[in-house]
Structures are given as C-alpha cells and as structure tokens.
Design a protein around this ligand. Structure first.
Ligand code: MG
Length: 156
C-alpha cells in the first residue's frame, strides 16, 4: 500500500509538550537539518516499510524533495515519493481540473494519507480519498496509524 504523510503539525510538531525523536544528525550537518521529527516516526515508518508499504511525504510546503529525502535518510528512513507544493501544482495543472484541492493523493496513486488538517479530511470526503486525521496532541498517534493501515491492508 502507498501511504503518505503530511509534515507540518503531523510529523513536525514544534509545540513544547510534544516528544521528539532523538536527533541522530551529525553536528556538521545540523545547520542544514534543524527540524525536529515527532517521536514514534522512525518506529512507525520502519515497521510499515518492513510490511512492504511505500512511505511517501505529501506536504503543502516548498521544502525541496531532495532536502526531505536526505533529512529522513539521516533518521534511517528511505522514502518513496516526495510531493511538495511545487510537485502538487504541476500535477494538478497537468490533470487540467477545475477544482483546486489543497492535496489530492489520488493523483499520485496514494491509498492512505495521514494529516492533521480538518480541511484535507473534508476534501478527502468530497473527492473520495482516504485521510487518517491525526492531532499533534494525540499521544497514541502511532497506534492509530497502524490500526488504520491494518484495516485497509487486505484491500490493497
Ligand atoms: Mg499539516
């Protein structure tokens, strides 16, 4: 199954009370990779990859796909597709659609998208793509994603 994750307020939570992954980045690379990664991300993604799922990033930010790929690689995670706002805009333009959803995982063959945004959840309902909505405050977020993936796994 192809699974995508949002970054801001889903995997990157800057609020003080939210636990972060231990930072494995060597000191000489730290000036380039300053962002924290939410605790649980590595365990979740490593397990999903072992179960043969493809892990993608789908962000409305303009962080470059190369930066995102390197950043996750430093945490031991190999990403599949990386979609930022530029890639999203290009695909939307090519599809010549009239509606302009903020995200459309179907354009990239993604089966499940993980996001904090209520707006994206509503777009999913309207356009027919699956969104697992996760709040930054949810301590059990890893379990919730696993459960969602498990519930869909026999379908794909
Ligand atoms: Mg977000």
């Amino acid at each position: 199954m192809k699974i995508s994750f949002d970054l801001d307020d889903t995997l990157v939570c800057r609020q003080n009370n939210i636990p972060q992954e231990p930072n494995p980045i060597p000191f000489f690379l730290k000036p380039w990779f300053r962002e924290p990664l939410r605790a649980g991300t590595c365990q979740l993604m490593t397990t999903l990859r072992k179960q043969s799922h493809e892990i993608c990033i789908y962000t409305s930010s303009y962080r470059s796909p190369f930066y995102i790929r390197c950043w996750f690689w430093l945490y031991g995670i190999t990403l599949g597709e990386v979609i930022n706002q530029t890639v999203h805009n290009q695909h939307l333009q090519n599809s010549q659609r009239r509606d302009r959803p903020s995200k459309d995982p179907r354009l990239f063959g993604i089966h499940l998208h993980i996001d904090d945004s209520e707006g994206v959840k509503q777009e999913g309902k309207k356009l027919g793509f699956r969104v697992c909505q996760i709040s930054p405050q949810d301590d059990c977020w890893v379990t919730r994603v696993f459960e969602e993936v498990q519930g869909l796994s026999d379908r794909f």
